[in-house]
Ligand binder design. Structure first.
Ligand SMILES: [Zn+2]
Length: 65
């Protein structure tokens, strides 16, 4: 069996369209943000910063890469 679907980490930053789970407000965020991102409408946390990759707390609508 040959594995053709190997996920290679991309060196550049990608954009993600995330939707707030509280109020459905959409926001484009960096996949590697260095700061927490909050929904501008209701203030819920959308993206939590981690050591390297951001953790999306809302719904990910699209990868804008
Ligand atoms: Zn919201």
């Amino acid at each position: 069996m040959k594995k053709n679907m190997i996920l290679i980490p991309k060196p550049h930053t990608t954009f993600i369209l995330a939707q707030c789970s509280q109020c459905d407000e959409k926001k484009v965020v960096f996949s590697r943000t260095t700061a927490d991102v909050y929904c501008k409408k209701c203030g819920a946390m959308l993206v939590k910063k981690t050591g390297s990759k951001a953790e999306i707390l809302g719904k990910v609508i699209n990868n804008l890469d």
